[in-house]
Ligand binder design. Sequence first.
Ligand SMILES: [Fe+2]
Length: 204
Amino acid sequence: MTRRERPRVTEDTPDPHWFVDIFRATERYHRDLVGAPMVCAVQSGRIDPVTARQFLLQFGLSVIQPFPERLAKLLRRPGLQEDLQLFLRANRIQERAHWRGWLQMSQVWDIDAVDFAEVTLCPKAMVFREYFDALTDTRTPLAVALLGILSVESAAAKVTTFIAPALSARIGKENTAWIEAHAEIDTNHLADLREFTKRAAREV
Ligand SMILES: [Fe+2]
C-alpha cells in the first residue's frame, strides 16, 4: 500500500457493459484535457505568469474549490448506505485539505482566495463544473452523481501525472502539498468509487 492509499471498503464485481462504455467515453475526454494548452504549457516547463494564473484559476474554480461542497451536498441525500456515507465523508475531509493546498500553490503567482471569485470559466473548465452541478441536483440518479465524482477524480490524477514535475520544480518545496497529495494515484479509493457507482446503478 502506498503512503496515501486508503484500505478497500468494497469488493470488486465485474464491470457491466454500460460501465465499460461510459468509462471509454470518459477516457477520450481525459485525453482532450491532458492535451489542453494550459496543461501542455505547464508540462513543458515554460510557465509564464499569464499561463500559470490561467491554469490555477480555471482548474481551481472549476474543480478544486467546489469539490468538498459538492460532496457535502451529495451526503445530504436521503437513504445513502452507511459505508458510502463514511467513504464520502473521508473524501470531503481530504478534498478540503486539497483546496488549501491549491491556494498555497496559487500564492506563488500572487493569486489569493478573492481572485477566484472574479474568474469566468473557459469552455473546457465549464464542462467539469457542469459535472459538479449535476451532483448537486437531487433529481440526478445516485449512480450518475458517483460517476461524475469518479470522472473528476480520475482526471485530477491524470493531469497531476503530467504537470507535477514542472510545477514542483517551479514553486518550491513549501508549496507542493497539493502536488504531493495527487502525485501517487490512490487506486484503492478509485476502485471503491467504481464499486459504489455500480451498486447504486443496481439499486435503481
Ligand atoms: Fe483532490
